[in-house]
Design a protein around this ligand. Structure first.
Ligand code: CTP
Length: 405
């Protein structure tokens, strides 16, 4: 999903062996829709070529403090960017930053930056632990520079300790968090996603085929469109989208507890999880054995209906999903009414091309006032943006209507 569409990153690369990892960082940023411009120090060119970074970023690399054309790249490049990422950030460049030294194009950019700066330190563990480096990092933190890492572990110099640059994925997530935390927050949206798992015994569970993709796409879209997002997720194999707080749960009871706790403080609740309607009346303490039995009888007891409980809180806008294999609109209207929802998004899960486990979805949105909007087959990420936009419009309309005239 292009979470970072329209965002511009200035990536400063300094002279450390971890410079090779910034290739992957550029790929992640561009895949997320961000524009990337690279500025290198002369030392960085000892480790990686400008051609590599120009090819990956799709733009000429900035390297020359005194370009022949007289352009002032250090001013224009930071003025145009939304975030400056320093990866790797060597002890030397951090020291120059702390001391206000501007002796190459990148350190000039850092001194001229009025935008957020995210530094990913990378250096030998002894250099990292040196009191001078520690003091420089402390100073920079106090001045508002953001840091990610370093990690602890094996280092290229053969020693082990703190100083390894964070993985490109971790730097990407921090950068996305900084870029997406909205200045103007609409409020808090709680989203449930994925399946729940009800234990039968220590090794077996009752669950369903929900992949969590739709709920995770909604969480990403909500973060992009101005919400602080709390994502309560059953067990899935997905990474949470950037700038989203993940609350992992397993059973429906755990999801209920988390939903109740979070929704009391929230403005909107979106129930996208495929919650198990029933659970075994008890989970066996030990593994259930065959013991020559012809059949096994399970007694199931109902789980709480999470969204119906939350919709009882008058303070939240409640949005439900209806997964149906027949009579889509009829069953969805019934759920909208019985669960007291403001909006229900109904989708047909009998088709293999849309619904559970697939990349696409098609849906019918039904509002409390009877209005219906049909969403044709599209990628779940696109559908998520449409749904969150509709929720935003609905809330805007409601606040206009309740505003004093
Ligand atoms: N839901 C919930 N808690 C449950 C069951 C469902 O919060 N115990 C929510 C789902 O997250 C979804 C909506 O209720 O937003 C509808 O879920 P769905 O599985 O389609 O319907 P059910 O209420 O379970 O009814 P049925 O299984 O009979 O279709």
């Amino acid at each position: 999903m292009e979470y970072l569409k329209g965002k511009r990153i200035l990536l400063g690369v300094t002279g450390g062996i971890a410079a090779y990892k910034c290739c992957e960082l550029i790929r992640l940023l561009r895949k997320a829709g961000a524009g990337v411009r690279v500025v290198m120090t002369p030392a960085a060119e000892q480790f990686i070529t400008p051609l590599t970074l120009a090819t990956l970023s799709g733009a000429e690399v900035l390297r020359d403090l005194f370009p022949s054309g007289g352009s002032v790249d250090h001013i224009s490049s930071v003025r145009e960017a939304d975030l400056l990422i320093l990866a790797p950030a060597t002890a030397n460049t951090l020291a120059k930053m702390a001391g206000g030294i501007a002796d190459n194009l990148l350190t000039c950019c850092l001194l001229a930056a009025r935008i957020p700066v995210l530094a990913a330190p990378a250096m030998n563990c002894a250099m990292y632990e040196n009191p001078a480096t520690a003091a420089n990092i402390r100073t920079l933190r106090e001045r508002g520079v953001h840091f990610v890492g370093p990690d602890v572990g094996w280092q290229a110099c053969g020693e082990s300790g703190p100083g390894r640059m964070s993985a490109p994925e971790a730097i990407f997530r921090e950068a996305a968090d900084l870029l997406l935390r909205p200045g103007q927050i609409r409020g808090t949206m709680v989203i449930t996603a994925g399946p729940t798992e009800e234990p039968l015994d220590p090794v077996r569970t009752l669950t369903n085929r929900s992949s969590g993709r739709m709920g995770y796409a909604l969480a990403g879209a909500a973060a992009m469109l101005g919400w602080r997002v709390r994502l309560i997720s059953g067990p899935v194999t997905l990474d949470p989208p950037p700038a989203v707080d993940l609350i992992p749960v397993r059973t429906a009871a755990e999801m209920m507890d988390a939903a109740w706790r979070e929704a009391k403080e929230a403005d909107c609740f979106v129930g996208c999880a495929a919650v198990a309607d029933f659970r075994p009346d008890h989970a066996a303490r030990n593994k259930i054995k065959k013991c020559g039995e012809e059949s096994l009888k399970l007694t199931l007891v109902p789980n709480p209906d999470i969204i119906r409980t939350i919709a009882g809180l008058d303070t939240v806008l409640a949005v439900g999903f209806a997964a149906e294999t027949e009579h889509l609109a009829e069953y969805a209207r019934h759920k909208l009414a019985t669960k007291d929802l403001d909006l229900i998004v109904a989708n047909d899960v009998s088709s293999t091309e849309t619904g559970f486990g697939s990349e696409d979805n098609a849906a019918l949105m039904i509002f409390r006032d009877g209005r219906e909007v049909s969403l044709p087959r599209m990628r779940k990420e696109d559908m998520a943006l449409r749904i969150i936009s509709e929720i935003n419009d609905l809330l805007d309309r409601q606040s206009r209507e309740s505003a004093p005239v």
